[in-house]
Design a protein around this ligand. Sequence first.
Ligand SMILES: *Cc1c(COP(=O)(O)O)cnc(C)c1O
Length: 370
Amino acid sequence: MTAPTPRPEILTIAAYVGGESKVEGVNRILKLSSNEGAFGPPVSAQEAFRQVAAEIHRYPDGGSGALRRAIGARFGLDPERIVCGTGSDELIQHICHIYGGPGADIIMTMHGFTMYQIAGTYAGSRVLKVPERDLTADVDLILAAVTPATRIVFLANPNNPTGSLLPEEEMARLRRDLPPEVLLVIDAAYAEYVTDPGYDPGIALVDAGDNTIMLRTFSKVFGLGGMRVGWAYGPPAVIDAINRVRGVFNVNIAAQAAAVAALAEPGWVERSVAHNVEWRGRLSAALEALGIKVWPSHGNFFLADFATAARAKRADAFLRGRGIIIRGMAAYDLPHCLRITVGTAEECTLVADALTTFMSARPADGETDG
Ligand SMILES: *Cc1c(COP(=O)(O)O)cnc(C)c1O
């Protein structure tokens, strides 16, 4: 007897490990490991969620029509060129299967979002990780990695977990110099947090051709990670292809209602961004004052660089002991770094206090920073 066998590449995939939310023996947890917005879900989204409860025997609108129209109105986009997904993760998977596959290479950067690697490998593609410079994508290095087999380039801008941002001219140069048959996927999951005046989340490049798609999500600034809603804006032919293969009822009825309501919550994004700028700045400054290097970030998180993997690990364990969960970066090949989500004012203060204690304590016997 032989057992069912997955395709060999499936077993090369390391399952995605999300941010943890529990620590054994600790009651009060500060979860700063998944870049969920600092303010919880918008009140209007919670209300919409409760209201829809009496309707959950109904199938949702399979085309997420009202949600696409609300997104279109909010961002000035044609709803016909938008497709919604069960988080943008679902859309990443479809893109890999539609445009990738055996014999088709997919390019991402060294410290890019791991979902690209998982989805690309699942589709049967080879996924190439291109080196970065100073934890920032480098257009020349990406272009140098392109071969006739390249079909997709994934780039998050700002990038998670590094927080780095490529300027608009560099994004435009990347698009211009990529072969036209290569789909450029601009993942703008953190777009709302960017305050740089010249920033475009990818809309201009989508509009300028038929080979660029932009991904967005309700999981970060809109505080709806548990609802699983993402969306893409792209060329009609790409949106059409995704619509042919996506889950027919991929975005559930509660998720659609909550997302529409979140978009309408007055001042939500403005308040979230103002808070993020203030507390990302304050917490970064506090860490730098302690001698911890902080990588500049354009998202609602940043990398704290402890110089050695051993020290990062000790800091992580120390914080955990106080119920503070942040994200270890070994899976991103940055074992000397920890990624910290910008939480509430109180949460940021507690992180700063805990790291102050950590940095002032000498390593216990047998623990070194080597
Ligand atoms: C969080 C995140 C996503 C998306 O998430 P969904 O919850 O699936 O919408 C996509 N890309 C990046 C870079 C992210 O950090």
